[in-house]
Design a protein around this ligand. Structure first.
Ligand code: BES
Ligand code: ZN
Length: 638
């Protein structure tokens, strides 16, 4: 049932019919948390961590880790500086997953160390193993000696063959949502903010980078030092090691990638500095110093990850024409919404992703114009419609309880698209100027802090809504946040460009024009996406052939267009695309692009056999996060 959310990105409508039988009865809709007796506690609780931040806080972690590419493990120490909040506290509960603990030591000054005892509890689904470390009163430092497991959920170790250069291995992390605990023992809750420093030991031929201060001119010495001086939640700790080179894009922006990828990446991401400047103009100063981008090998399980100072990105955005760089706008936007002002729990994730999707489109509008931003908003609106029509109602509220669920599996695009549409609706109702001023104030007020949905609502009520009494009740805010579906009066993005695509498609669908007569010369990726998404279920094989002959979809180098085409190809049994489908599933590990294709395949018995056969070959190349999702979809036992 977890897969439902993830699959929606792929418009895998048929799957849901089949999924019905396996689906437990939909959860009853949680009442607005502020209205229940226990609601407040429930709304504020982080179900995904053993940490007790009201007792003790980690304020800094110093890592000293060696990357062992043979064993595929990190080994070393994590030294935690603690702030004890309640006098009687003599232990700390940390989150771990598949860590092997060698020893724990305590210290009053961070210099003289004495052994302290610990208990590593049995592994629990979703959460991992609670690590309880005891310490004598007055100890404010803990040093944990440990090693990760080769299957650590937050790390992927790549063989040289899985990289662009094919000569050297690669390793990278993905901590969000709850995978930091698989490589650092920590209070793995977004409520806890900490600074960090690290010494990373690697083979001499490789270079390490982190979500921290990176020295673009670092020599390959095998020892790399990092500091992150701003307090961040644990899910933003990140590391990558590989044959990485750097190229500057602007005075405070740049890109890291493997040497053979670097020129293309630098060209594609050439507008990054402009984006940073545009965002600052809208929402205030960029708080993190440099903004660099790391382009990863294609097995990266996400499109992008907003690791502070160093966004991690999939190479599938390198389309050659900058048409997919809104992903960079998105990750950059997180430098305000998410990294500066952070969701307190994963039930509040819309505060990160909804705000970020809204800001992303504002950046796209500022840098690429309204026409482009509106096309992207329309694609988002269509995704949202699909979600509302297919998800259980309770999962379509902006805030919903993540209790008992895995945020790495169950975070859906509702948080993104309904969140963004809510903010756009408010903007249109109250005016752009006052709303921009409000957002600037909100980011400033909560900078380097965490917020729950009800914190936001209180602040919003007091500092925005109440300022405009003549607009009272214009936007039903409670309904937007706590009710399923869409309230009346939601903003309606419109795209004339998409209207024109539809007008050109119609005569062809009616058999009145040849595909080759459709004028597509000026189309951007988004227009092609819209074109392919408008294809009816009744498409015939002959029509598929005609489309392919006219537009060469099977051979496209654009990963997003190929994704939509391959989905159609599976659905309509278009066999000339079979070779490409296999290559695609073997070559790309971005979960959003591969999971829906597997889901489409398994709708027929023959397709299921093919899915299993391809997956058998592809699985070892996927990131653990993608493996978990596809294992579940295909019913494969790891
Ligand atoms: N922070 C997210 C990725 C994420 C969310 C990881 C929740 C784990 C749990 C990142 O900013 C993101 O949203 N990435 C998107 C790209 C974006 C353009 C929609 C993705 O990877 O597809
Ligand atoms: Zn995001």
């Amino acid at each position: 049932m977890r897969l439902r959310c993830l699959l929606l990105a792929g418009f895998a409508s048929g799957l849901f019919a089949q999924d019905q039988d396996r689906r437990p009865t939909p959860m009853p809709l949680p009442p607005p948390p502020a209205m229940t007796a226990t609601g407040k506690a429930e709304a504020a609780k982080d179900f995904h961590s053993y940490a007790e931040p009201s007792q003790v806080l980690t304020t800094h972690i110093a890592l000293d880790l060696k990357a062992d590419f043979e064993k595929r493990i990190l080994t070393g120490t994590a030294t935690l500086r603690l702030k004890v909040l309640a006098k009687s506290v003599d232990h700390v509960d940390l989150d771990t997953r598949d860590l092997e603990i060698e020893k724990t030591e305590g210290s009053k000054d961070g210099k003289a160390w004495t052994p302290v005892s610990y208990v590593l509890a049995a592994k629990v689904p979703i959460l991992g193993s609670k690590l309880t470390v005891s310490f004598p009163k007055g100890s404010h430092f803990l040093r944990i000696s440990y090693r990760t497991s080769p299957g650590a959920s937050g790390l992927q170790w790549l063989t040289p063959e899985q990289t662009a250069g094919k000569k050297l291995p690669f390793m990278f992390s993905q901590s969000q949502a709850i995978n930091a605990r698989s490589w650092v023992p920590c209070q793995d809750s977004p409520r806890v903010r900490l600074t960090y420093s690290a010494v990373i030991h690697t083979p001499k031929s490789l270079r390490a980078v982190m979500s921290a201060h990176n020295d673009p001119n670092a020599k390959r010495s095998g020892t790399y030092r990092f500091t992150m001086p701003n307090p961040i939640p644990s899910y933003l700790m990140a590391i990558a090691i590989g044959d990485l080179e750097f190229r500057a894009l602007g005075k405070r922006t740049g890109v890291y990638a493997e040497p053979s990828v670097l020129p293309k990446a630098a060209k594609e991401l050439d507008d990054t500095e402009k984006m940073v400047t545009a965002t600052e103009k809208l929402y205030g100063p960029y708080a993190w110093g440099r903004y660099d981008i790391l382009v990863l090998p294609p097995s990266f399980p996400y499109g992008g990850m907003e690791n502070p100072r160093l966004t991690f990105a999939t190479p599938t955005i390198l389309a050659g024409d900058k048409s997919l760089v809104s992903l960079i706008a998105h990750e950059l936007a997180h430098s305000w919404s998410g990294n500066l002002v952070t969701n307190a729990t994963w039930s509040d994730v819309w505060l990160n992703e909804g705000f970020t999707t809204y800001v992303e489109r504002r950046i796209v509008e500022a840098v690429y114009g309204r026409r482009q931003a509106e096309m992207e908003a329309m694609l988002g609106r269509q995704t949202l419609q699909q979600l509302i029509e297919t998800l259980p109602a309770a999962d379509t509220a902006l805030w919903f309880s993540m209790k008992g669920r895995d945020p790495d599996e169950d975070t859906s695009e509702i948080a993104y698209e309904k969140g963004a549409l809510f903010l756009r609706t408010v903007e249109e109702a109250y005016g752009r100027k006052p709303f921009d001023a409000f957002l600037r104030g909100y980011f400033h007020r909560y900078a380097f802090r965490t917020v729950t949905t009800s914190d936001f609502l209180h602040y919003f009520q007091k500092h925005f809504i109440e300022k405009f009494p003549n607009k009272k009740g214009l936007v039903p805010i409670q309904e937007w946040i706590y009710s399923p579906g869409l309230p009346k009066g939601a903003a309606e993005p419109r795209s004339d460009a998409f209207k024109r695509v539809e007008a050109k498609l119609r005569p062809w669908l009616d058999g009145k024009a040849a595909a080759t007569s459709i004028e597509t010369q000026q189309w951007s990726t988004q227009e092609w996406q819209h074109f392919l998404q408008k294809m009816p279920e009744s498409l015939s094989l002959a029509q598929m052939k005609e489309l392919d002959a006219a537009f060469h979809f099977t051979g496209t180098g654009n990963a997003e267009i190929a994704f939509l085409w391959l989905q159609l190809a599976i659905r309509h049994g278009y066999s000339p695309a079979e070779v490409r489908l296999r290559a695609y599933l073997l070559g790309i590990g971005r979960r959003k692009l591969i999971l829906p294709l597997y889901a489409e395949l398994i709708k027929t018995p023959a397709g299921k056999a093919r899915a299993l056969e391809i997956y058998r070959q592809a699985r070892s190349g996927y990131h653990p996060i993608a493996q978990t999702s596809i294992d579940q979809l295909l019913g494969v036992k790891p």
